[in-house]
Design a binder for this molecule. Structure first.
Ligand SMILES: [Ca+2]
Ligand SMILES: [Ca+2]
Ligand SMILES: [Ca+2]
Ligand SMILES: [Ca+2]
Length: 227
């Protein structure tokens, strides 16, 4: 009799254990919060129950704790760099918009004044010369192109059909470029000058160029904008 009761009790215990195991195996965190699961988030299975979190989602990583996760943050090792951050003139893309500082295409009109002394006579010219250029990763490339009126024979003879102003040294960093320029005439002469571009913002800059000389001098200034 005692033996039969012991066997019966063992059988009930085995059934209960089997039911318990079966119940646990049906818990699936991918289905969300379960009645026996203390999780509040299917991705944060930190409780002590034994159900398996089969959710394969990976929480976003934000290494520099700037609120912008890896993938959105273009530099997840620098907490000052993230989408929407303030851009600074530091040769880095601080706001993660894919553009470093004032890089891009630039254009505007430069008002150029030139004086020439030729065979004892003084000539004055005023021209509007388009500026086109690009600034990319520390390299500045531009040309100011003056094309005197074809009817102005004096300008054609002294300045040329085309007078170009180009940078002598294209390296640029920060909000100011100041270096040599070269004035090159289609008449076959060229002359060194000085140039300066000062950025008042990431979208606007002031340009100044100058070439001194006894027989020919020129200076120009104007505003350019990022296109
Ligand atoms: Ca980050
Ligand atoms: Ca960052
Ligand atoms: Ca920057
Ligand atoms: Ca940027």
């Amino acid at each position: 009799m005692l033996l039969r009761q012991a066997v019966s009790g063992s059988a009930r215990l085995a059934v209960l254990l089997l039911l318990g195991c079966t119940a646990r195996l049906t818990v699936d965190d991918t289905a969300g919060k379960d009645a026996s699961d203390a999780d509040t988030d299917i991705d944060s299975d930190t409780d002590a129950d034994t159900d398996a979190d089969t959710d394969t989602d990976v929480p976003p990583v934000d290494r520099d704790a700037d609120g912008s996760p890896e993938g959105e943050d273009c530099d997840d090792t620098d907490r000052h760099v993230f989408p929407g951050a303030a851009e600074a003139w530091d040769d880095e893309d601080g706001d993660c918009d894919g553009v470093v500082d004032g890089d891009g295409a630039w254009a505007g009109d430069i008002a150029m004044a030139a004086t020439a002394v030729y065979e004892g006579r003084r000539y004055n010219f005023s021209l509007v010369c388009p500026f086109t250029g690009t600034r990319t990763l520390g390299v500045l490339d531009f040309a100011i192109t003056c094309t005197p009126d074809t009817d102005d024979t004096d300008a054609q003879r002294l300045l040329g059909e085309t007078l170009l102003v180009t940078p002598d040294d294209a390296d640029v960093s920060g909000d100011t470029w100041e270096d040599g320029v070269v004035f090159t005439s289609s008449n076959g002469w060229d002359s060194d000058g000085e140039g300066r571009i000062a950025w008042s913002s990431f979208d606007d800059a002031d340009v100044a160029v100058e070439m001194g000389g006894v027989s020919l001098a020129a200076s120009g200034s104007g505003e350019i904008a990022r296109e």
